[in-house]
Ligand binder design. Structure first.
Ligand code: FES
Length: 228
């Protein structure tokens, strides 16, 4: 009896077409995607996408930040001044014993200066202005920047055969103390800071320049070991 009933039901049900089967399958998949009910949170697709995107963003910005910091570090490391020597920094200028009073200026080409030991008795126009001590005169002419040589026996208008600093470019002329006496220069020769240690060793700070003026001789530095 039972077999007869089953056979009758199957025969009574219309057979599903292939198209209906596909629709049914697609509808079934949509239902699964649309609801996360019954799906463990760790396997939920939107959460996984979000965390992966976040990870990629964080990695990108972190990498960019590290690269920028590295570039800034390299830039600062390259341009940071270390132990600057030569012109622009400290330059050794020998010992005070090397400079007899009233002697000729000693030219230091590395530091671009002359060192003179002023003779207070030399009160002529090309002299010390009555001052004693060491001066470091920048050899750059205050007019247009030519290097000013020391010219013993130079001829200047109104003077003959005396010792001057005299610029070869436009004739600006300066006393042994760097005071302008003639020419187009707007001021006297500039001076650099001098340091002398207890043993009489001289260091000229070539980065510490003071504009020339009539007070140049007053900037002379004295020391107990300096020849007088
Ligand atoms: S540059 Fe020295 S006088 Fe002009």
């Amino acid at each position: 009896m039972a077999n007869e009933t089953q056979t009758t039901d199957a025969e009574a049900r219309p057979e599903a077409s292939p198209t209906d089967a596909w629709r049914s399958a697609i509808a079934s998949r949509k239902t699964q995607v649309a609801t996360t009910e019954g799906v463990p949170a760790a396997q939920a697709q939107p959460v996984e996408d979000l965390s992966r995107r976040r990870f990629i963003q964080l990695s990108f910005w972190s990498g960019l930040g590290v690269a920028l910091l590295g570039s800034v570090g390299l830039f600062l490391d390259f341009f940071y001044p270390r132990n600057v020597r030569g012109f622009g920094g400290p330059v050794t200028g020998g010992n005070v014993a090397d400079y007899p009073v009233g002697g000729e200026p000693e030219h230091n080409r590395e530091g671009q200066f002359y060192i003179v030991n002023l003779d207070p008795a030399a009160t002529d126009a090309n002299g010390s202005g009555g001052q004693a001590g060491l001066l470091a005169l920048w050899h750059k002419c205050p007019h247009l920047g030519c290097t000013v040589p020391w010219r013993p026996g130079a001829t200047v208008k109104g003077f003959t055969a005396v010792d001057w600093f005299q610029c070869p470019c436009h004739g600006s002329t300066y006393s042994i103390a760097g005071i302008r006496v003639f020419g187009p220069a707007p001021r006297s020769m500039d001076t650099m800071a001098i340091e002398i240690d207890d043993a009489g060793n001289i260091t000229v700070q070539t980065g510490e320049v003071t504009s020339g003026g009539p007070d140049n001789p007053q900037r002379a530095v004295t020391h107990p070991l300096l020849p007088a």
